[in-house]
Design a binder for this molecule. Sequence first.
Ligand SMILES: Nc1nc2c(ncn2[C@@H]2O[C@@H]3COP(=O)(O)O[C@H]4[C@@H](O)[C@H](n5cnc6c(=O)[nH]c(N)nc65)O[C@@H]4COP(=O)(O)O[C@H]3[C@H]2O)c(=O)[nH]1
Length: 518
Amino acid sequence: MPTLRVRDGWVALILSLLVTMGLGFVLAYTLVADIRVNQLRKAEYVLHEVEKRAVDTTTVIKKLNALGYQLCDQRNLLAMRRALFQSDHIKDIGFFIENNLVCTTGMGMLETPVAEDPPDLIDLNGYSLWVDRPLLMFDMDYQAIMVRKDRYNVVLDPRFISHTTMAPFSWQLVARMGDEVEHVFGVRGTFIIGKSVPGLFSRLGDSYYTHCSAVSPYCVALDLNQLAFAHGYGLVILLLLLVSFCVGGGCFAILTYLFRRHRSDKQRIKRGLAEDAFYCLYQPIVDLRTEQVIGCEMLARFEDNQGPMSPDRFIPFIRELDRTWLFTRQLISKAMDDLSIISGVGVSFRVSFNIFPQDVTNDAIAELPHIPSLKESPFDIVFEITEDEYLDGDSARRNLAALHQAGFSIAIDDFGTGYSNLNQLKKLHCQLLKIDRTFVFDMEEGSIKSSLIKHIVAIAHGLGLKVVAEGVENKMQRDALVDLDVEYGQGWAFGKPMPIVQLNQLLQTQRNSVERQP
Ligand SMILES: Nc1nc2c(ncn2[C@@H]2O[C@@H]3COP(=O)(O)O[C@H]4[C@@H](O)[C@H](n5cnc6c(=O)[nH]c(N)nc65)O[C@@H]4COP(=O)(O)O[C@H]3[C@H]2O)c(=O)[nH]1
């Protein structure tokens, strides 16, 4: 393989960097989206758990107050213990006379009533809250939440939140008090009043999230804790970076390989041109009604010690190398040598050559009438030109008129695939129009494209042109084309591109069978 050119190296590098950055960007945003979803789930979980406890607390307190006990007697204590037993979340229930706690489910009747501290907050429904309260119950230290209304209070264990791992977020549970909020649990200052929540795909820095309950006056706020994030996601980020760089590196390797292969193929073609290494195959063209071979198209082939290369690959290189005329000249001269073995076919036997449109415009084809083998050819020589905007100029028209005057025929090739300027057809002195094979391929399915054939034929006939259909692969297509008044056909149904010896044999067989007919 040839060495990489500096310019190609830069292009490969820039493209690979773009891929690396693009992939890094996509992965980073996927990570952000994942964090946001995670954040949302955690906030929803906390609020859901808080709501369950809020419902439990208010139901228990309302029910006990409704019983109307004024003293801490056995009936009251039993009612309190039953309520505690039925609750899933409450740890203890206390009974108050005025502002003194006189009995609890855990300790029974207290020897000395305990005076109550002022609450941390009273919520909109009149419930007093003591948050983050250190409490000693059965020799266990508790960081409890207490809620009281009228004569009863309940003790809640807030560890249900701590049991959920909140990393990499810092969080705070607050109670709404009109326009204000009061801290209930978590990290103070996390909830910021009026701070808007960023969208799912916003920057990583905009990591604040808040969610309020619809059934209780509580809100939870979560914010990304940069340290916890780096700790929890550091490895993931490193991995994503590694993936991006690996893909970028792979991209660089593939691009440099493709550039070098492109250069290598281009060099093969350059060498092939210098060493005259192309050769010709011939594909029969038939009269569609009789299926008799009335001519052939010369198609170029290339093969060197590295193997064959298809025309679809080498034709663009010939254009890129600006050697179109040299290539055409070489192949015409080879073909005319080959064709010298063909005899007995008559002067109407058509031999078609493909011509590059740019050679029509740049006057190169003006040389054709002076090439002796063409001038003295016993065949009807046809030059096929792909319809192209190149052909729209004066010089193209002048050169084609000169070819026509010199006795050559002109065919418009691959009609319908490119420029398709009908005005052009009138001015180009052509006698034949070749319908591109893509129109013929799906005739059986009655595609929109194939339904255009009859219009193309009408236009061609209106201009006095004969029509050749390319890519005829089966009898059904041949019959349909005959019905559409298409005169000639070319395709695998009548013969693939073949060496001259094989074409000669085909013509010989055809002649023999005609001669045998009575
Ligand atoms: N699927 C299918 N394909 C069929 C059938 N019948 C013919 N073909 C293919 O259709 C192409 C017809 O040639 P084109 O339209 O001039 O298209 C040609 C022509 O534009 C260009 N080319 C080939 N040789 C030369 C040449 O000597 N000079 C120039 N300027 N171009 C050439 O390369 C193109 C491709 O050539 P090829 O690969 O030989 O492909 C040929 C031929 O092998 C069929 O029934 N089914």
